[in-house]
Design a protein around this ligand. Structure first.
Ligand SMILES: Cc1ncc(COP(=O)(O)O)c(C=O)c1O
Length: 267
């Protein structure tokens, strides 16, 4: 298993699958389903490894038996609205994760906990929900299924630091490496919702984007909450957002060299 999956398994008292077995299962499914990989520019074969307890026992304890499986699905772009950017709703009522909890693990319960807030976002005409920290309810953590990054007028990039309440996305990690390798100053520091609004209004914040395997890099156009709404940058997609997105997608699609060893060809 990759490190993130291993950490998640440990947090959930589940067994860790040996890495070689994990990779071979993914390769096997890609070989079997290669004809389903879409040709479309935005298309991809989304792979979802998962594990669940299957022991025949009614009670609260780690299972003695688990099923590990990988499924694949041909997918297009994640956001279907036709707009180049997404709108966010800041939930004040719900939190996604609390210190000491399971927020850093990719477990079903986290998504179940986020769905009511996502429904709230949709009711307010927004695409996605943004979660604040559970303690002070002011520090931006992440979206329901994506990490979040901010770009400032001095060209620097900031993202909330990893903790046990934020999922350590591989896309976040890859973009931070790509950004610092092109000379961008990268900060992993807390960012409050008040500061986000003030910086967006003053123009100090010029771009913001969501990132994840499914969303890739998606610009954030506006942020709405009970107190009001603000927009970020202009109507067009910010230049650093575009640059990082292209750099990542070009590596993923083999259009640019991969000096990081992220890509594996399956024959
Ligand atoms: C809660 C959450 N945060 C962030 C991400 C982004 O992670 P990754 O870049 O590994 O896809 C995901 C992806 O599923 C997620 O579910």
């Amino acid at each position: 298993m990759p490190n993130g999956s291993r950490r998640a398994a440990r947090r959930l008292a589940m067994p860790e699958l040996p890495e070689a077995m994990f990779l071979e299962s993914v390769r096997g499914l890609v070989r079997a389903d290669r004809d389903w990989i879409p040709d479309a520019e935005e298309g991809s074969l989304y792979l979802r490894p998962f594990m669940f307890a299957s022991g025949a026992f009614l009670g609260v304890r780690p299972s003695s038996q688990y099923v590990f499986a990988v499924i694949a699905s041909a997918v297009g772009g994640y956001f279907k609205g036709g707009s180049p950017s997404v709108s966010l709703w800041v939930t004040r009522e719900y939190v996604r994760a609390a210190p000491g909890g399971t927020g850093a693990a990719k477990c079903g319960g986290n998504y179940a906990a986020s769905l009511i807030a996502q429904a709230e976002a949709i009711r307010h005409g927004c695409d996605q929900v943004v979660f604040l920290d559970a303690v002070e309810r002011r520090w931006v953590e992440e979206l329901g299924g994506m990490n979040v990054c901010f770009v400032f007028d001095d060209g620097s990039l900031q993202t909330p630091p990893l903790s046990d309440t934020i999922l350590a996305g591989v896309t976040r990690d890859s973009l931070l490496r790509l950004a610092s390798n092109i000379g961008v100053t990268v900060r992993e520091e807390p960012y409050s919702i008040e500061q986000w609004e003030a910086d967006a209004r003053s123009g100090h914040l010029t771009e913001a984007f969501a990132c994840g395997t499914a969303a890739v890099v998606t610009p954030i156009g506006s942020v709405k909450g009970a107190e009001g709404e603000f927009t970020i940058g202009g109507q067009s997609i910010g230049p650093l957002t575009m640059r990082l997105r292209s750099a990542l997608v070009d590596i993923q699609r083999g259009a640019a060299p991969d000096p990081y060893g992220w890509v594996e060809l399956v024959d």
